[in-house]
Design a protein. Structure first.
Length: 316
């Protein structure tokens, strides 16, 4: 008789139940399977929108001006070559049970919901030709998938397993994040003064007022307050602050390059309102956001998990 088999058979049913409960389970939780499935769907959806849009096949013709058409090309390029692969990576990490999986998902969900609300509200259906209304079933699914995975990821993040440092959190909350948020949102001060006037002159606004208002509502009504709340939470050491930080930073880290790609596409396609100065500014701003995201995410990338919250020193 096998020795191990003999030992197992000699144990009482209660002992065998205790051993079974203590043994690590390789089964993937149902919530994780759903999260991975939605992430996979987001990746496919982002790729599909990019492939059937003006970037590749032009099967979908957005009811927008040439300026906004150039911007959608740049946005679709970032979605196809950056965000979709990142969503697939996040789905893989979810299935592997990696602790970083919900953290990465936060930014992906925020980006997806943010972008596809604009795709529906932005076009001029009354005056411009096109057929992008045919894309509505896919865009509404992507919008719903975006906020759904963000909510699921928020709930799944275990703050106790995240590497943290109070000194660094205070530094980010008091100086770094406010500076980047100021660079991103302060442009609305002169813009809104022009947009709300009786005769707006901003060429970007005139190229697509609906897009401009939709983006302004999302930026100033959602992500500016989220950035402020994150800064306050980090400074005060709130338990939820790391979740908010990864959400906002993930959003900045994906939207920043997308906006830079829009400006670059406009310049390359010789859009009449494009300028080299705007390309340089948006590219530097996008690079700053990506760099900030890499710095914040780096402890997770290196696998430094479960570090206690310190009053100073190293850590996140």
């Amino acid at each position: 008789m096998n020795v191990l088999a003999g030992e197992t058979s000699s144990r009482t049913p209660r002992q065998r139940d205790q051993l079974s409960a203590a043994a690590p389970s390789r089964e993937i939780p149902r919530a994780s399977r759903w999260l991975a499935l939605i992430l996979f769907a987001i990746a496919l959806g982002l790729a599909a929108v990019a492939l059937i849009g003006p970037l590749v096949t032009e099967l979908i013709d957005y009811r927008v001006t040439e300026t906004l058409r150039n911007q959608t090309i740049g946005l679709d390029a970032v979605s196809l070559f950056c965000v979709a692969p990142l969503a697939l990576l996040a789905a893989f990490l979810v299935l592997r049970g990696h602790v970083a999986r919900p953290v990465i998902t936060l930014g992906i969900g925020a980006y997806t919901a943010y972008m596809f609300l604009q795709y529906i509200l932005g076009p001029d259906y009354a005056h411009l030709q096109g057929n992008n209304e045919r894309l509505f079933p896919l865009t509404v699914l992507l919008f719903a998938a975006g906020w759904s995975v963000a909510l699921m990821a928020w709930n799944a993040v275990d703050v106790g397993q995240l590497p943290r440092s109070r000194r660094r959190e205070r530094l980010i909350g008091r100086f770094v994040l406010p500076a980047l948020a100021l660079a991103a949102f302060s442009r609305y001060v002169p813009q809104l003064m022009d947009w709300m006037s009786s005769s707006p002159e901003d060429k970007n606004y005139l190229a697509g007022p609906s897009f401009s208002w939709a983006i302004a509502m999302l930026d100033l009504g959602v992500f500016l307050p989220a950035s402020v709340a994150t800064c306050l939470g980090l400074v005060r050491g709130a338990h939820w602050a790391p979740k908010a930080l990864f959400t906002v930073v993930g959003w900045f880290g994906l939207v920043g390059p997308a906006v830079a790609a829009m400006a670059i596409t406009m310049y390359v396609n010789e859009d009449p309102i494009a300028s080299g100065g705007n390309v340089i500014f948006m590219s530097l701003l996008g690079l700053a956001f990506v760099t900030f995201a890499v710095v914040v995410y780096w402890p997770l990338i290196r696998g430094r998990f479960g570090s206690p919250v310190a009053r100073g020193g190293v850590g996140l």
